[in-house]
Design a protein around this ligand. Structure first.
Ligand code: DGJ
Length: 691
């Protein structure tokens, strides 16, 4: 029997064709060079062979009782499809990539689906997706068209780690043990959502941290669903997912096709931390366009200092101080454009407000550049206030569900990015804005869910969430292609749209509007389990925070923000001399460790709620083998703290920067006492090779 083995950096993904040709089977996914073919059960009861198979993709109708990723409605009173015969298979091994495609036909040639599996020897992620074609002469509906299914040999049952939350509480880690049953997470927001992140980590019920673990993610920013199915007493757990099947029905007219978003999977023999490490490698090297500081600069953003009260003189004063602190880009957030004095008006009218900026943005840009910084602005191209010239001119451009009353959230509607003319308008608006080449940073925000989507009368109207995501990708891709010098920060009211697709078209993301340092530390702890520090925008803001009132030192706030892409959002004009000097020192310290923080291997020690919590960034050869540990203490304020870094090389000698003693990596891993030097509640430890 033919087996196709697709290698990743440290594992291999082996697939063969089922004996009954009902689909491809996962034979094995491991560090072993040649996984064995899957063996059929000796006895079947109340199920067919196809029901028991580890099918890579199953259509309802192909099996009798097991779940399916594809549901096809031919419109003839029957639902389901079964392959007409064996698929047409193509296997391409073009160093470093490998790709397997299998094209099935069904319904006597009326439908085709092609599953694609791709690996790359430079990272450990397996990428999978499907293309579905209507090759017949009548309309086909797809009530469900997931991207892929993953058969994970962790059963019976599983432990599932995932991330959820709400606005200002994003990326809260959750874990469930599922002896049997289904866990479904997803979004109906039309965007990725604050509610759940499209990524799960699956391991054996007893295993988790040290046993083999699998990560499954979706590269999709519309509504989505991930479904973990722990069928009772089965040694494999199935994870399927893709475009949300509750809010969308995909219609394929004759000749039309649908290509699903990608689903990504990773195998780690060394537990959940191993999954995190492999995700980070992939995100940094396969998704991001670069890893250097040019697209992850130190930002000053004026939102927390001024909110909508933006005005040339005040912004210029802030810029002058921000430059002294060492920030590299000055970003004017919401409030700079026509009629935008509150969140009730102006959204959609993207020219500088004539009262706040009588001569346009030019004078502010010149001032900012004069201080040696780049300049950036905030935009929210997908939304519009009812009180705006754009809405008055184009009331038909917003999503409207038939005669249902329009619903505002944050006083705004959503523009229908499924319409060609709306996407064309958004592109042109951004081209006009960026016509001044001195604008080199854009923060793209989106502050509401796309509820009540739809386009009555349009045969594809039920696909609004898909179309919206694709329209968003088109405009973001245009920015990449036409304005490569522009750094793009992706935001959706904090962390409402963060996923692998967004990481591939933006440079940094804003994980949350919550910047209170203790809460932020918890949000970052969850974020870093799935996404890398090199994209994690984090600003120092003023205390007290509205939500997080636990006292923390000035330095603590900086050390929290230093765990990602540092920025400042405080009202700098209210800082005294000593604070400004200290801030400049801390920014300088960050510049020294930035490459290690962005590119190092992340190990989280303990939990943010512990008395002492630390995040380690283990730098490799490119970072001169330096390791950096950011340490956070609660009010206990220890004089010394014991740290156990795990990324140092065991027999190499190190010195703690500023300290006289040397020790081996092995000695450090056993635990070394270090003094708290940056402040009483936070420290930055830099381990450097000695000699
Ligand atoms: C929500 C964002 O997350 C904030 O950072 C800020 O840009 C506001 N929107 C502005 O309206």
């Amino acid at each position: 029997m033919t087996q196709w083995v697709l290698p990743t950096a440290t594992s291999s993904y082996a697939v063969s064709l089922a004996r009954d040709a009902s689909g491809l089977l996962l034979d094995g996914w491991s560090g072993d060079a040649a996984p064995r073919p899957w063996t059929e059960p000796e006895r079947l009861s109340f199920e067919t062979l196809a029901d028991t198979l580890p099918l890579e993709y199953a259509a309802m109708g192909t099996r009798q009782v097991s779940g399916a990723e594809l549901i096809v409605d031919f419109g003839d009173g029957q639902v389901g499809a079964r392959p007409d015969g064996p698929p047409e298979i193509t296997f391409l091994d073009e160093e470093p990539r490998c790709r397997l495609t299998a094209r099935f036909t069904a319904g006597a040639g009326r439908l085709g689906w092609t599953t694609v599996t791709e690996t790359d020897r430079r990272h450990d992620v397996v990428r999978r997706w499907v293309r579905i074609d209507n090759t017949g002469s009548s309309t086909i509906e797809l009530p469900r068209a997931f991207s892929a299914a993953w058969e994970l040999p962790v059963g019976p049952g599983a432990r599932i780690d995932y991330l959820g939350g709400r606005w200002s509480h994003e990326f809260t880690p959750y874990a469930v043990t599922l002896p049997a049953g289904e866990l479904s997470i997803g979004s109906r927001h039309g965007t990725t959502s604050h509610t759940y992140s499209p990524v799960v980590t699956v391991s054996a019920v007893t295993g988790g941290a040290s046993g083999p673990a699998y990560g499954i993610a979706l590269a999709w920013s519309g509504s989505w669903r991930l479904l973990v199915d722990a069928v009772p007493l089965r040694d494999r757990v199935r994870v399927g997912g893709g475009v949300d099947d509750e809010s969308a029905v995909i219609t394929l007219l004759p000749g039309e096709s649908f290509t699903s978003p990608e689903s990504h999977g990773v195998f780690a023999p060394d537990g959940t931390d191993g999954v995190t490490r492999r995700w980070h490698d992939f995100q940094r090297h396969a998704l991001a366009r670069s890893t250097g500081p040019e697209h992850r600069p130190i930002v000053y953003n004026s939102w927390y200092a001024t909110e909508f009260d933006v005005e040339l003189g005040h912004q210029s004063e802030l810029a002058a101080v921000a430059a002294l602190m060492g920030t590299e880009v000055f970003v004017v957030d919401d409030g700079w454009f026509r009629g935008r004095n509150t969140d009730q008006a102006g959204l959609g009218d993207w020219t500088p407000d004539p009262v706040k900026f009588p001569d346009g943005l030019g004078p502010l840009i010149s001032a900012v550049e004069g201080h040696g910084m780049r300049f950036g602005v905030w935009v929210e191209p997908e939304a519009v206030n009812p009180d705006s010239d754009l809405f008055r001119a184009h009331p038909d451009w917003v999503y409207r569900a038939a005669d249902r009353e329009l619903v505002t959230v944050r006083n705004q509607y959503v523009l229908d990015f499924g319409r060609v003319e709306v996407v064309a308008w958004a592109k042109q608006m951004l081209r006009d804005l960026l016509a001044d080449p001195r604008i080199s940073y854009l923060k793209w925000d989106m502050n509401r869910p796309i509820s009540d989507g739809g386009r009555p009368g349009d045969v594809h109207g039920r696909e609004w969430s898909l179309q919206h995501a694709r329209g968003y990708y088109q405009v973001m891709t245009m920015l990449r292609e036409e304005f490569p010098h522009v750094t793009v920060e992706a935001c959706a009211g904090g962390g409402g749209r963060i996923d692998h697709a967004v990481l591939a078209i933006s440079d940094v993301v804003w994980p949350s509007d919550e910047t209170g340092p203790r809460d932020r530390l918890a949000i970052q702890h969850g974020f870093l389990s799935a996404y890398p520090p090199s994209v994690m925008s984090s600003w120092v803001t003023d205390a007290p925070d509205l939500v997080d009132v636990e006292p923390a030192s000035f330095e603590f706030r900086f050390v929290v923000a230093m765990a990602g892409v540092l920025g400042i959002g405080s009202d700098l004009l209210a800082w005294d001399h000593a604070q400004r000097r200290r801030a400049a020192e801390l920014v300088g310290l960050y510049e020294e460790i930035r490459a290690v923080v962005h590119n190092g291997r992340v190990v989280r020690h303990g939990l943010p709620a512990d008395d002492v919590y630390a995040v380690e960034f283990g730098g490799g050869v490119e970072q001169g083998h330096r390791t950096c540990v950011l340490v956070y203490a609660r009010s206990t304020r220890p004089e010394t703290v014991q740290i156990r870094p795990t990324t140092l090389v065991e027999d190499r000698r190190y010195r703690l920067r500023g300290g006289p003693d040397t020790f081996t990596g092995g000695e450090a891993a056993a635990g070394i006492d270090v003094p708290f030097s940056v402040s009483a509640d936070a420290d930055v430890l830099v381990f450097e090779p000695a000699g």
